[in-house]
Design a protein around this ligand. Sequence first.
Ligand code: KG4
Ligand code: ZN
Length: 358
Amino acid sequence: MKKILILGIESSCDETSVAIVEKNQKGKVRVLSNITKSQLDVHLKYGGVVPELAARAHSEIIDQIILMALKKAKVKLNQLSAIAATAGPGLLGGLLVGVVSAKTLSSILKIPFIAVNHLEGHALSVLLEQKIDFPYLLLLVSGGHTEFTVVNKFNKYERVGTTLDDAIGEAFDKTARILRLNYPGGPEIEKYALKGDPYKYKLPQPLIYEKNCHFSFSGLKSAVAQVASKNKINSQFKKDMAASFQKTIAEILKLKTKSAIKLFKAKHKNSFANIIVAGGVAANQYLRKELLNIENEYHCQFYFPSIKLCTDNGAMIAYAGLVRYEKNLVNKLNFKPKPRWPLDKNATFLKGKRIVNE
Ligand code: KG4
Ligand code: ZN
């Protein structure tokens, strides 16, 4: 077996990240480097990501991050087997920076270019660290996406649930903004919640009585805003609301995950389900613990990537690129980035739809 070295670029949102992943002659996969520069400082004062500023910040630093990743991995450009880059979904300006850099390297080095779907990167990320057999259920919880997808095998994705409005990370970020906490809101809410009373405020749990696996989070955020408008946003309020919000999210996630497990088992005539939880929100320790609580009753096992592989990173893109490279799923240089690019191409666009007992 020949050694494979893939350079992966991630620039779909507010992290510029480049990694080198190796598969050695014995078939062992290792992350040799994974360098991430967050744009937190650029977007902090706006309370969210500003697309034009994000694109500029990626373009200013991408070449340096590529060089740093090569140096840390002790790999020379001419040793690389292929270049992978996130080509969607995400913010077009950022995607263009990553994709154009990858295409340039690919054409100079005369090695394949691989366009990676960001969601596939998240879906496979945990496989860099743990062996899990297909099929599995993916619960993807990030700043831009919230979905249940059955991963039947590599490249065969079937979405069985999605959010009808806000993504779960977006709900964390918007709630944090209402509470005058910093961006990104997820880690802030988690920190404040540690010292708050999760039973202090009763918040709505949208769609929990519907027997489908879909989510809705926009009403929850509005409820937080309503309570906040009647209270002084002092330290105690922030802590109690953060704890109440996080608990509500956990309840919704558990309920919907139970439905998704049933559906998964019925589809695969299995009595056991492996569930991979991926994306930035999967970094939340409280949510992890709460999900683990249903393992015994629901005969399933949860897998979480390590924290550095939960939020956006080049390693998951390089790894998805590696799997694609081995299957000869490479792309032409005229491949255009896709700001919208569902993993399951047959999935219908449900944002803004009202679904009753689907
Ligand atoms: O996967 P990711 O890095 O980017 C997207 O693809 O969207 O996810 C970013 C999201 C943000 O909304 C952020 O607030 C959330 O993940 N997040 C968290 C935590 N860490 C990051 N949410 C809850 N708890 C956390 N510890
Ligand atoms: Zn992501």
